[in-house]
Design a protein around this ligand. Structure first.
Ligand code: PYL
Length: 274
């Protein structure tokens, strides 16, 4: 999981409306609808009055990312939920969250970013939620994944979650990781969990040339190049950095889903509210 920087996230809160309009244009659905689908919950079933959210900054590890808690709160507020960022951090922040009536807490250290609902004891992990959320949005953007050949690059926690979701939606998956042991293990896991056959790619350039539907769950940047792209290319790229070389962004922008936090946080929220 690549650690976000302030410059990656400072504009998220103020630009949520524009970002949502972009999502609707590319997928036909809003952020809230995508997240509810990914969390398998009906929007109508959620009582927002029972979902007051606190975002608690944590100083552990490399410390607080300036703007991180504010960005998370901005996404949650945009979705219509009551949310506040605690004045205190760490244990003090958690206590303040409960004392000020929060039902749900969002907090992130260097290893995990989680949402916890104290009332229904539901939890959600950002990597898992991000994989499911982007796989859901990717299917909407592509029209369908059933019978479609999809390349997954990056077999970590986000890739694993996305692979399961896409396999269950009928995608014919090829998985690639720079560590071929990891990609082989993910293929075995997905086949065991879903009964779907998964191919393992060993040559990145070769598999990129052979696939139009690319799910970039890799922490690498600049490996998707112009020669890998066509008018039929669709890309889902959760998180930072983007695997697409900057000069090619304009060529696939309308068929690319990419954000540092929005879809993952929205899916976490509906995971624990549902
Ligand atoms: C959760 C993000 C998604 C991608 N990378 C993950 C990351 O940057 N993790 C570190 C988050 C640290 C937050 C810090 C704070 O401001 O509370 N502890």
């Amino acid at each position: 999981m690549t650690r976000l920087r302030s410059e990656d996230i400072y504009a998220i809160g103020p630009s949520m409306s524009d970002y949502d309009a972009l999502l609707v244009r590319k997928t036909g659905r809003s952020l809230g609808k995508i997240a509810a689908l990914a969390a398998s919950v009906a929007l109508a079933s959620i009582d927002q009055r029972k979902c007051k959210v606190a975002v608690v900054p944590l100083t552990c590890g490399e410390g607080i990312i300036e703007g991180f808690s504010q960005a998370v709160a901005g996404i949650i507020a945009y979705l219509g939920f009551e949310v506040f960022m605690t004045d205190g951090t760490d244990a003090a922040g958690l206590a303040l969250a409960v004392e000020h009536g929060a039902d749900i807490v969002f907090q992130a250290d260097e290893e995990r970013f989680v949402a916890i609902n104290f009332a229904n004891r539901k939890t959600s992990d950002n990597s898992d939620a991000t994989g499911r959320g982007f796989a859901t949005a990717f299917e909407l953007m592509c029209g369908s994944l059933s019978g479609r050949r999809v390349l997954l690059v990056g077999c970590g926690q986000v890739g694993r979650s996305a692979a399961i979701k896409m396999a269950r939606r009928g995608a014919q998956l090829t998985v690639y990781d720079i560590d071929h042991t990891i990609s082989s293990k993910l293929a075995e896991f997905v086949q065991r969990e879903t009964g779907c056959r998964v191919l393992v790619g060993t040559n990145l350039d070769e598999v990129l040339l052979k696939h139009c539907l690319i799910f970039d769950a890799s922490p690498a940047d600049g490996f998707i190049k112009g020669r890998h792209l066509s008018a039929k290319t669709f890309i889902a790229a959760p998180g930072i950095p983007l695997g697409l070389v900057p000069g090619c962004w304009a060529q696939v922008e309308e068929r690319t889903l990419h954000d540092p936090l929005q879809i993952g946080v929205a899916t976490m929220l509906y995971d624990v509210c549902g």
